[in-house]
Design a protein around this ligand. Structure first.
Ligand SMILES: CC(C)(COP(=O)(O)OP(=O)(O)OC[C@H]1O[C@@H](n2cnc3c(N)ncnc32)[C@H](O)[C@@H]1OP(=O)(O)O)[C@@H](O)C(=O)NCCC(=O)NCCS
Length: 159
């Protein structure tokens, strides 16, 4: 899985390995007020094929990890759990590429629809999701902490 355009760096998407966690956690801490811990990532990696964690690496050496995405397959639904891009690499199409690739992977795994939650104030991420065909269908009041905030529930159906 690779892409390259004038604006985009060429990235490869690969399964996340334990050896990737230092780089992933560094991005995670710069991206979220309540970051996932090392234990949470390791536990997710042990879930088997219903849970997919992927990293995006620069194709050119050094093959720096610039982002990652995680989703679960629940029956025929793709549940996107985590998505982040390193601050220095944002607005270059990396998240759009990762999510598009993950959605294609989920289709191959017979997913028929996709869902995720996003902070009500996270307008940038919402723009990304709307661009990829997600639509808001509801709100989970005070779903997030630090700060407390509602989640928008988004679905793409059909996937
Ligand atoms: C949200 C996030 C993953 C986007 O990553 P990214 O690689 O910068 O996104 P892309 O470059 O693929 O953006 C694709 C499109 O999404 C929209 N978009 C992305 N970030 C945006 C922002 N900050 N403001 C407005 N629109 C934005 C734009 O339409 C963009 O296209 P454009 O650059 O041609 O205008 C990144 O900002 C991030 O890691 N944020 C912190 C963690 C987070 O919020 N994750 C999502 C949790 S639900």
């Amino acid at each position: 899985m690779r892409t390259a355009t004038a604006r985009n760096p060429s990235v490869l998407m690969e399964p996340m390995l334990a050896g990737d966690l230092d780089a992933v956690l560094a991005i995670e801490h710069k991206s979220f007020s309540t970051p996932w811990t090392d234990t949470m990532f390791r536990s997710e990696m042990r879930q088997g094929p219903s849970s997919q964690l992927l990293v995006a690496r620069l194709e050119k050496r050094p093959a720096t990890i610039v982002g990652y995405i995680g989703y679960r397959v629940v029956l025929d639904e793709m549940h996107v759990m985590i998505l982040a891009v390193a601050p220095a690499w944002r607005r270059r199409g990396i998240a759009q590429h990762m999510l598009s690739e993950a959605m294609e992977q989920a289709r191959q795994a017979d997913c028929a629809s996709a869902t995720l939650e996003v902070r009500a104030s996270n307008v940038g991420a919402q723009q990304l999701y709307y661009r990829l065909g997600f639509a808001p269908v509801g709100i989970r009041p005070k779903y997030y902490q630090s700060p407390s905030e509602d989640a928008l529930i988004l679905w793409r159906d059909p996937l």
